[in-house]
Design a protein around this ligand. Structure first.
Ligand SMILES: [Zn+2]
Ligand SMILES: [Zn+2]
Length: 329
């Protein structure tokens, strides 16, 4: 915590619906790992942990099954962005007492209300703790009725009215900064079929741009207009890359983007680091690795052609996010 103005933790990085590889796919994945262990000359089972430990986390354990939930912590506050199924894992951490500020108040910002962003909310245990403060924030004026609807019988056995927590709703003005302790939060509009409001979070010298879900249809500065400050000079941008670049043409107006679109924005707006997410529910480790390789090819070409033309392009650190990833800014 010391020396970090913001810590961003990703509790769910899938899109659309929680999903994992099927048992058969996992079996083939483990078979390949075991073959790799022996093929690299290892024989002793005591070397397994060290062998796997040297590999990148998702190459061993995958990218995770949970949908969007991001925790942002500053020295004095904590914010949760969206209540996808990943919020259950965060909730368990909070209840275990392992999280600073585990007694609340809790602040939850809603980008929008598609199933994959609300499905975990009934499983956020602080709702069931008497007197605990839970604050919801969103740009949508119908925030309260939308959240109440998630707890409606017979979709969920405990009606909203019976929840013992002290739950408050705060409707925000678009593009107008608001403050939670030492965090400044500003909602900006993304490109999505139902209105989806991304968020810029700033604390101290650090900035985080939350850009999921978005299709990235407005690419030029002119088209982005008053939503441009979401991206500019962000230390970390979290961007929707559910599809491959060729898939985008077939899936126009579905509301999701590709890594190449995010990279173009990041390079132009001098974003320092990008994490791509909202992984397709059908994407295996192998699929995401292939998309990652295509992205690497595009990025290298993009930087090289800028060099060749003498126009210059600022380097961007980028990767694909996996569940449990934590970034210190
Ligand atoms: Zn989504
Ligand atoms: Zn959505």
């Amino acid at each position: 915590m010391a020396n970090s103005d913001l810590i961003v933790k990703f509790w769910g990085t899938r899109g659309s619906i929680p999903s994992s590889m099927q048992p058969g796919e996992w079996s083939r994945h483990f078979e390949a790992l075991i073959k790799g262990f022996f093929a690299s000359g290892h024989k002793d089972p005591s070397e397994v942990a060290a062998y796997l430990g040297k590999m990148e986390t998702p190459l061993v354990g995958g990218y995770g099954s949970s949908t969007t939930c991001v925790e942002v912590r500053s020295p004095r506050s904590q914010l949760i962005i969206d209540g996808g199924s990943g919020i259950r894992l965060l909730s368990e951490r909070i209840m275990s007492g392992a999280v600073a500020g585990g007694k609340g108040p809790f602040h939850i910002y809603m980008t929008h209300y598609h199933w994959d962003h609300v499905i975990g909310l009934p499983f956020f245990t602080p709702h069931f703790l008497p007197g605990v403060q839970v604050h919801y924030y969103a740009v949508h004026p119908e925030l309260e009725s939308l959240i109440r609807g998630i707890f409606k019988k017979p979709y969920f056995p405990v009606p909203f009215e019976s929840l013992p927590a002290n739950i408050k709703f705060h409707v925000l003005e678009p593009r107008k900064p608001f403050q939670i302790e030492d965090m400044t939060l500003t909602p900006y509009k993304l490109d999505h079929p139902d209105p989806c409001w991304g968020l810029r979070v700033e604390s101290g010298k650090a900035s985080y741009a939350h850009c999921v879900d978005t299709e990235g249809t407005r690419v030029s500065r002119e088209d982005m207009g008053e939503d441009l400050p979401l991206y500019q000079n962000a230390d970390l941008m979290y961007f929707d890359a559910q599809y491959t670049f060729p898939e985008l043409a077939d899936k126009a107006n579905w509301g999701h983007s590709a890594a190449q679109i995010g990279l173009d924005i990041a390079i132009r707006e001098e974003v320092k680091q990008v994490l791509f997410a909202h992984h397709d529910p059908g994407a295996s480790v192998q699929t995401i690795e292939e998309i990652r390789a295509q992205t690497r090819e595009y990025y290298n070409w993009r930087i090289q052609s800028a060099k060749d033309s003498g126009s210059g392009a600022s380097a961007v650190a980028w990767d694909f996010a996996h569940e449990g990833m934590e970034i210190h800014l």
